[in-house]
Design a protein around this ligand. Structure first.
Ligand SMILES: [Fe+2]
Length: 457
């Protein structure tokens, strides 16, 4: 049984537990809000049917497709005997249902009613209800421990005094705890609404001066704008990307770097994102590298050709000499590199990051690397690449890094979640990107366009 299957199964069980928890919560609220038991039942049945339809529409096909496609079909298809007939039938239906889920229609590049009224609320509900449930579990455990400690204290105190102590648990305290628990468990929903309607759209322009001692004199003050993780889709429409293109052009950078993840899942969106990004202009050119979503959508070759037709050069294990005043800096770019399989078509691994990149380096000038995955930084610094520009993490996308640096899901895949890093041999900047994946929510990680100014000292 694969590790991935175990993780997906564990997450599914936690998700089911969270949904049972919230159904129970809603039932409790309905009991206090709807006095008539007949109406309560009717509303409950209607709500449950609607909920199951939403689950079936949004979630089940993807889950079945993922689990059955990747784990059981391989073994099940080779199995023989009557005991496997039922399994084969289930596999066939699941595979068919999964395909329907994935190929219902092309991913839209404009906001649709289906995305706004069905997909976004549902996936936001899944994320927020899961977080609320986990908070409730922690809160419940803390409450149990506190009650056990109080009980133990009373027993010890009673034993030493030989007279019973009055029960300190008051009704007011219990109500206070219940209200606090309710406020805490519903907090993710409030945060989710904030993240969807405000923070996701609240672009930050980050300015950063990067010191590169061997920068040629002609490039003193040279400005590079970085955009990353566009993720075109119903919540990153062509109009929205056009707005970011205008903002990037307004920064008047000498060169623009696009660090991957142009599409989200659907290959058919590649032309739309290229067309709108073709509006990015810079006197020294627009360059880019590819992200994991280009690999997953299998558009690496085609999107590179589309970009090339619009004057944008995607560097795929290549370099470009940027010349000014008779001097040059060396721009390098690599495809998404990973040492662990991640997502569809994620089997394409590298044993060692940035293999062969040393041959692309220029020894006597500044080397700047475009690499979607920030994990290549350690190797880049070993090579002596002066500056790496990366994306990929979305700055955590939904994160509590402002509470504690470890409270970010991206920490599971990289120590380089956002911002500037330095170590002997090189520097790294991880851009938070402008798009989102899975849920159109950003919390604690607003979208970002970065403007770098290169300096010799
Ligand atoms: Fe991304």
């Amino acid at each position: 049984m694969s590790q991935r299957f175990l993780i997906v199964s564990a997450l599914t069980l936690i998700l089911i537990a969270s949904q049972i928890f919230w159904v129970q919560q809603v039932r409790n609220w309905a009991t206090s809000l709807i006095p008539s038991s007949t109406w309560r039942r009717r509303v409950g049945i209607a709500g449950l049917v609607g909920y199951l339809l939403l689950v079936s529409y949004n979630f089940l096909p993807l889950w079945l497709g993922f689990v059955f496609d990747r784990t059981l079909i391989v073994g099940g298809a080779r199995s023989a005997g009557p005991s496997h007939l039922t399994l084969r039938a289930i596999l066939f239906l699941a595979h068919f249902w999964g395909r329907i889920g994935r190929t219902r229609s092309p991913e839209p590049t404009h906001l649709t009613l289906r995305a706004a009224l069905i997909q976004a609320p549902f996936w936001s509900w899944i994320v927020c209800s899961l977080l609320g449930f986990l908070i409730a579990v922690v809160f419940g455990l803390a409450d149990r421990i506190s009650r056990a400690a109080r009980w133990l204290y009373r027993r010890v105190a009673e034993a030493s005094r030989a007279v019973p102590l009055p029960n300190p648990v008051s009704l007011a305290r219990r109500r206070f705890l219940e209200r606090t628990a309710l406020a805490v468990t519903t907090a993710p929903f409030v945060a989710g609404a904030y993240g969807m309607f405000y923070e996701r759209l609240n672009l930050e322009i980050s300015h950063r001066r990067i010191k590169i001692p061997r920068l040629p004199r002609a490039f003193e003050g040279f400005r590079i704008a970085q955009l990353s993780d566009i993720h075109i889709g119903p919540f990153m429409t062509t109009e929205e990307i056009g707005r970011y293109v205008s903002i990037a052009n307004g920064l008047k950078a000498e060169l623009v770097a696009l660090t991957g993840d142009f599409v989200t899942w659907d290959p058919s969106t590649q032309s739309a994102v290229v067309e709108v990004l073709a509006g990015v202009k810079a006197p020294f050119g627009v360059y880019g590298c590819l992200g994991n979503h280009e690999m997953w959508a299998a558009v690496e070759d085609s999107i590179t050709r589309l970009f090339a037709r619009r004057g944008i050069r995607i560097l795929r294990g290549e370099r470009a000499a940027i010349r000014s005043g008779g001097e040059v800096i060396n721009l390098l770019g690599v495809d998404y590199q990973s040492r662990s399989p991640m997502g569809p078509r994620g089997q394409r691994l590298v044993r060692e990051y940035l293999q062969g990149v040393d041959r692309l380096m220029a020894p006597d000038t500044a080397n700047i690397l475009l690499s979607h995955n920030p994990n290549t930084f350690d190797r880049a610094a070993e090579y002596g690449i002066d500056l790496s520009l990366a994306g990929h993490t979305h700055g955590g996308q939904v994160t509590l890094e402002f509470v504690h640096p470890d409270l970010s899901p991206s920490r599971l895949i990289t120590p380089y979640v956002r911002g500037w890093f330095a170590k002997p041999g090189g520097q790294l900047y991880v851009n938070r990107g402008i798009g989102t994946i899975f849920v159109p929510i950003r919390f604690g990680a607003p979208p970002e366009i970065t403007l770098f100014e290169l300096a010799r000292s």
